[in-house]
Design a protein around this ligand. Structure first.
Ligand SMILES: Nc1ncnc2c1ncn2[C@@H]1O[C@H](COP(=O)(O)OP(=O)(O)O)[C@@H](O)[C@H]1O
Ligand SMILES: O=P(O)(O)O[C@H]1O[C@H](CO)[C@@H](O[C@H]2O[C@H](CO)[C@@H](O)[C@H](O)[C@H]2O)[C@H](O)[C@H]1O
Length: 495
């Protein structure tokens, strides 16, 4: 169901000239936001481009950032007047604009968006409401939640998620990419057409249609899943307790077996043939395998370039960095060593950015979230069908991160015994995960070709993480670096 929403005459607005916000103030403000991906780039200028529509008192717009020698980045940025005393988190729009704040973090704005999604509006504006018919009554209940029960979730990730009472999660997409948002397509497919129930139901979403015909989703409302935290938090807490010899009194989350089963079921659901060309499985033939290898090979080279630049910033990692850089030829040769005979199986839609932080622990079960794909990649790539082993690799890398993070939390108490125990946990959990995944997905892991492809995806993910950590958390650069070195040693690419 689709409705267009237009600015009602005389609607209240934030009452400022957003177009006059200086570029320097926008860049400084963006640099403080977790969702901003341009932090490590040189920015030539930034501007606020108004959206011809209104919701509540916000001035709606896009933050448009021109990166030197790079693509233009667009972010959804509704602006509201900053609350008293909120100077530290606000955007200083100068004497004419005053202090402004991110509307996505403002409960009143979120309430207005939910009301709009539940109600829909007349024709004409730049924002279009899409609602799921199946969930209309649940949507009305979410719209009844009082503003006082609307709260931005802590631990903001690539986007900004807001809890609407215990019923809904309103997610504002921050980095905007033109085209279909994979998260909306995949969640709707899983819940409406495949019978997979371990992902939150999608209620409604808001799409921006620009005058040039391009379109992109800016917000979506999902069912809120009762949970005791994401699997990253639950797994690392339990591991810290185990490593430090503390008793666990709560129900233990059986990470390997539960995640393996639910992940496999998700992949089996995504492999269902329904006649929808965007989802129907296609053969993983030699041409598609060739594209996968070429992409991973290029990305490995790019990540090694980034690593070479990082070497100065991380002198404690110099030994491993130099070793990897010296083996560039061998690494490239490993990718080149794939043969067309290794093609086989199916490619389907997948999760695309799968790790422990994307799973909620609900009782003893797992609910899978965030089907947006890797936020740094173009939409067409994130919507492409590929091997489900890519997601499997993502979770294996996450077990490696969790083993490191648990040791890191123990600080100087973490001796050699803790290292050995956390490594053993990672190996055991990974094996249980793979076993349960194979049984639930129906994809065989006994073929040498599939195991080699799994290695490729593990390496590709770790190279992606190298770039991610270099840009976002340099202190964790060692995790993917050591993961890459260790895998390449096992496969005798590094000697
Ligand atoms: N449907 C939901 N039910 C309960 N909590 C949710 C739901 N969706 C998101 N969350 C919470 O918000 C956090 C961020 O959600 P996620 O979709 O991963 O956002 P991002 O796109 O920013 O990575 C999750 O880790 C979880 O704590
Ligand atoms: O914000 P997103 O969920 O879209 O994902 C991005 O950020 C993740 C970090 O929060 C990053 O994941 C990496 O760190 C995790 C631990 O914090 C670890 O569990 C993952 O295995 C590791 O990849 C993810 O790669 C990035 O896309």
């Amino acid at each position: 169901m689709t409705m267009s929403h237009s600015r009602p005459d005389g609607a209240p607005s934030a009452g400022f000239d957003a177009a006059s916000v200086p570029s320097s103030a926008l860049v400084e403000f963006a640099g403080r936001q977790r969702w901003y991906a341009g932090r490590s780039e040189r920015v030539s200028n930034a501007r606020f481009e108004a959206i011809e529509d209104s919701i509540g008192a916000a001035e709606l717009g896009e933050l448009v950032v021109h990166v030197e020698d790079g693509e233009t980045q667009r972010y959804f940025l509704p602006l509201v007047r900053a609350a008293e005393g909120a100077a530290a988190t606000s955007l200083d729009a100068g004497p004419a604009g005053g202090l402004l704040a991110d509307g996505a973090r403002d409960p009143a704005f979120a309430a207005a968006v939910v009301a709009l999604l539940a109600k829909g509006e007349g024709e004409g504006g730049a924002l279009v409401v899409h609602r799921s018919r199946a969930t209309a009554d649940r949507l009305a209940a979410v719209a009844d939640v009082p503003t006082s029960d609307i709260k931005v979730l802590s631990g903001e990730q690539s986007n900004t998620s807001v809890g609407v009472g215990q019923l809904g999660i309103l997610k504002f997409y921050r980095r905007l990419r033109d085209g279909e948002q994979p998260e909306l397509e995949v969640t709707a497919f899983l819940t409406d057409r495949s019978g997979f129930t371990n992902a939150p139901a999608l209620f409604a979403w808001l799409e921006l249609r620009r005058p040039d015909g391009s379109h992109t989703a800016v917000a979506a409302l999902f069912e809120r899943v009762a949970n005791r935290g994401d699997a990253w938090g639950v797994v690392t807490d339990d591991l810290v307790a185990d490593l430090s010899g503390s008793q666990i009194t709560h129900e233990r989350f059986d990470a390997g077996a539960t995640l393996g089963r639910r992940t496999g079921e998700m992949h089996a659901a995504l492999a269902r043939k329904t006649g929808d060309a965007a989802f129907d499985p296609e053969p993983l033939d030699a041409a598609s395998l060739g594209r996968i290898i070429a992409e991973a090979r290029t990305e490995a080279g790019e990540a090694l370039d980034v690593l070479a630049r990082e070497a100065e910033r991380s002198p404690e990692l110099k030994g491993e960095i130099d070793r990897l850089l010296a083996a560039r030829g061998e690494i490239d040769g490993w990718f080149a060593g794939f043969s067309a005979d290794e093609a086989g199986g199916w490619r389907t839609r997948i999760h695309g950015d799968y790790h422990l932080g994307q799973v909620l622990v609900s009782g003893a079960d797992a609910v899978i979230l965030d089907f947006e794909g890797e936020p740094g990649r173009p939409l067409a790539e994130r919507r492409a069908k590929t091997s489900p082993l890519r997601d499997v690799a993502g979770m294996l890398r996450s077990f490696d991160y969790a083993a490191f993070a648990a040791r890191d939390r123990l600080g100087s108490d973490a001796g050699e015994a803790a290292r050995a125990a956390s490594d053993a946990w990672r190996e055991r959990t990974s094996a249980e995960f793979l076993k349960a995944w194979e049984a639930a997905s129906g994809v065989s892991l006994s073929s040498a070709a599939n195991m080699k492809l799994l290695d490729l995806f593990v390496l590709q993910k770790a190279f992606y993480e190298l770039r991610y950590e270099a840009a976002m958390r340099p202190a964790w650069l060692s995790i993917p670096l050591r993961g890459i070195v260790s895998l390449l040693e096992k496969r005798q690419v590094l000697r």
